[in-house]
Design a protein around this ligand. Structure first.
Ligand code: SF4
Ligand code: SF4
Length: 225
């Protein structure tokens, strides 16, 4: 899932300084699970903003709505009839959701209320760990299912580096060496030969906005592109 955290309150308050009527739009998917931007977080932030603006003698009329997913056009539709009433929108979705919202309502300023952090997993309650940087060249098949881009301090596709030290990383001895873990995992699977396979330098495909069109969903005009 995509993990995010709420922006510092003062930053959000600063965004909205000049606006009197604002709609805060939450997202009911990833950011709700990581307690950053779901229905409850929308209510809490709105109450904080309402109180702070009253104290500043600059009251704000702030409403909230949480939709299923902001990164999906189908769910944004419910906002069409509402947004015209507001001077600005606040979004508690991930960066993709915020941009989709801004694209749908280009004449209304849209401000982010969360910082999108990474693609990760939920290790325990409130403990999220990064596991993927969307590199577009997944090597998990050769690395025993351990991501070197995310878990190796140098993001090495081929490792370990010369600094690996009895299972720890040279950059931080409290951090396990990703390539040591990969070695151990492959050894346990009887697939150690995989560590000798050289992965060529990456084209760094994630420097441009990438697009994925699932073949089953492609429209005639996009098929074959
Ligand atoms: S190698 Fe790592 S960063 Fe790249 S796609 Fe696979 S899990 Fe994600
Ligand atoms: S010691 Fe291991 S995890 Fe650390 S940078 Fe080198 S290969 Fe990567």
């Amino acid at each position: 899932m995509i993990v995010a955290k709420r922006k510092p309150f003062e930053e959000i308050k600063h965004f909205l300084k000049g606006y009197k009527k604002v709609l805060n739009v939450g997202c009911g998917t990833c950011v709700a699970v990581c307690l950053a931007g779901g229905e409850k977080e929308v209510s809490v932030l709105n109450a904080e903003l309402d109180m702070a603006r009253k104290i500043d003698d600059n009251p704000i009329e702030i409403s909230g709505i949480t939709i299923e997913r902001q990164c999906d056009r189908e769910y944004l539709e419910v906002l069409d009839a509402k947004v015209g009433e507001y001077e600005a929108l606040l979004s508690m979705a991930c960066g993709a959701g915020i941009q989709f919202l801004a694209e749908r309502y280009p004449n209304i300023p849209v401000f982010p209320a969360v910082d999108t952090t990474f693609i990760g997993v939920n290790q325990a309650v409130g403990w999220y760990e990064e596991r993927c940087r969307s590199c577009s060249s997944c090597v998990l098949g050769q690395t025993g299912g351990i991501c070197p881009v995310t878990l190796c301090a140098k993001g090495l596709y081929n490792g370990p580096c010369g600094g690996t030290n009895k299972g720890s990383c040279e950059i931080d001895s409290n951090q396990p060496c990703a390539w040591y873990m990969i070695y151990e995992r492959l050894k346990g699977q009887g697939r150690l030969e995989c560590i000798l396979e050289i992965t060529p330098a990456n084209d760094w495909q994630n420097q441009t906005p990438r697009t994925v069109i699932q073949p089953g969903y492609s429209k005639p005009e996009t098929a074959g592109k």
